[in-house]
Design a binder for this molecule. Structure first.
Ligand code: MOS
Length: 733
């Protein structure tokens, strides 16, 4: 790992208070404070909370794809040992409400929209009894007699423009393709993906009068409270969610899922706590999928390789009425030049579980395909792939004309190439052989939009000279505890062991939640602002100007005076709530995080088996808040890139729409043996337009294009241009 030297984080051209802080904790590669709890098994995850007299619920999933539930033969299982109730309430069987407004719950209406949609909950004294009854439960259906589309390519699937989107159109792409010295017109496919978070979806629900308390595994708690309240027709003020530790989400926990509503309804009815934990198979079958995509890329380049035209048209899928459509062309809008363009996403309405946000929705699959097509252009023009990208960095966003804020794409390409040893690459395929293996190198650009969202955080400088940070921000394994503590420590002049961070409880101020790479910068900016207010008051109490105020190790100095916090605070806590919302910074820029990937692969000449031998990623995402957690995010993204390139693929049975590979034994995420040495380079950058922290999102950047670099390396190794991900050996051979 390469980390920038400490002093490079404090370049003189920035004016942020974080740069004037003298504590020196910001950007440091500090350990996550909750790490020891997690690795020792003592961090309490949602299903692990002790709850007296807790009943256990098991979801029952539909075994048809479309139709209605006629009869649920409850009586036969109600007499089984320990069984307390069989609930079939429409409110809990509706699909994830992400992005859709709920309706009032209606008893007894059971419409099945996809195979494995939850239709009932069996509750018993213990888990084994509930599971036994759920397996025994007999359900009669009236299957729909209209044809059901399971395949986005089938004639039965209705296709429409992605909701709330407009195609990006400029100039005349067809003409540009005819005028081009080099024209690429190719179609690629990517399969559906599962989020595959380690912790399954789980909720314990408990009522106190009209108040509902949930221990649940979600990413965006204050939003999730509104969803629960909406489903149960109750006031959000009466719902509290507690989730101090979340074992990964990757988009699957952005919205609430069925087990939460089911647990809440059952708990109310039985007047006791109810726990519902989804099995791994249930998570795969019913929570959320990334849509498969078909993508047509058109690249029209002049004789120098400069793009004069760019087309990116995608077909994705979702259930009817769902608003979400994988935003495949999101980064294509701003990444490269080419004024003649057509970018467009269509959605096919099919009967599979809800498609939603999974690991960098849009860029993850859009960039991997765009960057594979760019490799085809490099091959056609004979221009080095790195040079081709640099040659096509636009001055302003094509068509829209929007200026960019910070953008270190060229630097990432150069520094990544240097560190990787790109100059050792032989441009033509099939040039390097080691025994049975062809060796090749490939690269790709990385890009992911930057988003700042509404967030609040309370910071208290306590009378004893310690600080407390409080927000309902979640930490889904990404480093929220560490980063928020570092921001407060730097701003308030406190060593990190004197800053306590409380997260994941909606009784605390509403943070941004974890999603879209916006958590750290949004909630972090709220913490920064709360600290600014505290600094103002400290300056006043000390009798100096804010500019003169210096805070270090719990000592406030300025104007020739110096006092320790307990003395200065005179026995009183000093609490401030900071907030941030979109528009608080300059949002008239195209804001994104950028980077570059370099991969070396070995492809077996006889079997087509591909092994990634090493990878390098270089990334620029504004201020680094914690060099260790940022690196880990980039590294994790690149590991997902290996999965996306080589193994991950949801397989649906097109006869009835059921998911065939519904667990981690059959859906293959990369394991240790698949992951080689990965080098991560963090570039020094500041972006005052992106957030008061001058930081941009990094959470998802590491996957956005990574798989493209691997596919391009496979081509360079053995000459196989596979346009269907994942690049399994049958496609390569
Ligand atoms: Mo993310 S896929 O917005 O959790």
């Amino acid at each position: 790992m390469r980390l920038p030297q400490d002093d490079t984080f404090n370049s003189p051209d920035t004016t942020n208070l974080l740069d004037r802080g003298s504590q020196g904790v910001i950007a440091k590669p500090l350990d996550r404070p909750e790490g020891p709890l997690k690795v020792s098994g003592s961090a309490t995850y949602s299903a692990e909370w002790k709850s007296d007299h807790c009943a256990e619920g098991v979801l029952v999933l539909a075994s048809i794809a479309q139709g209605t539930v006629k009869t649920i033969h409850k009586d036969a299982v109600l007499s089984m040992p320990g069984v307390l109730a069989v609930l079939a309430d429409e409110a809990m069987t509706r699909r994830s409400t992400q992005g859709t407004a709920g309706e009032a719950p209606v008893q007894g209406v059971q419409t099945v929209e996809y195979f494995a949609q939850p239709i009932a909950l069996v509750v018993a004294e213990n888990f084994e009894q509930a599971r036994d009854a759920a397996l025994t439960l007999e359900v009669e259906y009236a299957p729909s007699d209209t044809p059901v589309a399971f395949d986005p390519e089938s004639a039965d699937a209705e296709v429409e423009l992605a909701p709330d989107t407009e195609p990006v159109e400029g100039g005349d792409l067809d003409q540009a393709m005819r005028d081009a010295a080099f024209a690429i017109d190719v179609e690629y496919e990517t399969p559906g993906h599962a989020s595959a978070a380690m912790e399954p979806h789980a909720t314990i629900a408990q009522w106190k009068g009209d108040d509902l308390v949930l221990h649940g595994s979600y990413q965006m708690l204050s939003y999730n409270v509104k969803e629960i309240a909406d489903c149960l027709s109750m006031a959000p003020e009466n719902v509290r969610i507690i989730a101090p530790y979340v074992g990964g989400g990757f988009g699957s926990k952005l919205g609430i899922t069925h087990e939460a509503v089911a647990a809440a309804i059952a708990s109310k009815q039985l007047a006791r706590p109810v726990r519902v934990v989804m099995t791994r198979q249930q998570v795969f079958e019913t929570v959320m999928r990334r849509s498969e995509t078909r993508q047509r890329i058109r690249l029209a380049a002049d004789e120098t390789g400069k793009l004069i035209g760019l087309g990116h048209e995608a077909l994705v899928s979702n259930l009817p009425d769902e608003e979400f459509a994988e935003p495949v062309t999101q980064a294509t809008e701003f990444l490269y030049s080419g004024e003649n363009r057509l970018l467009k996403v269509d959605v096919a309405r099919i009967s599979r579980m809800t498609a939603g946000s999974v690991r960098a929705p849009g860029e993850a699959v859009g960039m991997q395909v765009l960057e594979a097509a760019m490799d085809e252009l490099a091959q056609a023009t004979g221009i080095d792939p790195v040079e081709l990208r640099k040659h096509n960095i636009a001055d302003k966003v094509p068509v829209e004309g929007t200026p960019y804020s910070s953008r270190m794409l060229a630097e990432a390409l150069d520094q990544g190439a240097k560190a990787f040893g790109w100059d050792q690459r032989r441009p033509k395929p099939c040039q390097t052989r080691e025994g049975d293996w062809w060796i090749g190198m490939g690269m790709a650009s990385a890009a992911r939009v930057n988003m700042l969202v509404e967030a609040e955080a309370r910071v208290t400088l306590k009378a004893d000279g310690t600080a407390l940070v409080e927000t309902d921000q979640t930490d889904i394994g990404t480093g929220s505890y560490a980063i928020l503590g570092q921001i407060a420590g730097e701003m308030l002049g406190l060593p990190i062991d004197r800053v306590k961070v409380l997260l994941g409880d909606t009784s605390l101020p509403a943070g941004a939640g974890s999603g879209g790479s916006f958590g750290a910068i949004s909630t972090g900016s709220a913490v920064l602002r709360a600290c600014e207010m505290i600094r103002e008051k400290l300056a006043k109490a000390l009798g100096c100007t804010e500019d003169a105020l210096e805070l270090k190790d719990g000592l406030a100095s300025g104007g020739g005076k110096s006092r320790a916090y307990p003395d200065l605070l005179a026995g009183k806590d000093l609490a401030e709530t900071g907030s941030i919302k979109p528009g608080d910074t300059a949002d008239d820029f195209s804001q994104a995080s950028y980077g570059a990937f370099f991969a070396e692969v070995a492809v077996n000449a006889f079997t087509g088996e591909t092994r990634v031998r090493r990878m390098t990623g270089a990334f620029g995402f504004g201020r680094v808040l914690n060099a260790k957690t940022a690196r880990s995010q980039c590294l994790g993204g690149m590991v997902w890139g290996i999965g996306s390139a080589l193994t991950e693929e949801l397989a649906f049975d097109l006869r009835d729409g059921h998911l065939v590979n519904h667990d981690l034994a059959e859906y293959h995420v990369p394991v240790h043996a698949d992951v080689p040495a990965i080098e991560v380079i963090l570039l020094e950058e500041r972006d005052a337009a992106a957030s008061p922290l001058q930081a941009k999102g990094v959470g998802e950047l590491g996957i956005c294009g990574a798989a493209g670099s691997i596919a391009n390396a496979v081509y360079n190794a053995c000459g196989a241009r596979v346009r269907s991900f994942p690049l399994t050996l049958d496609k390569i051979i």
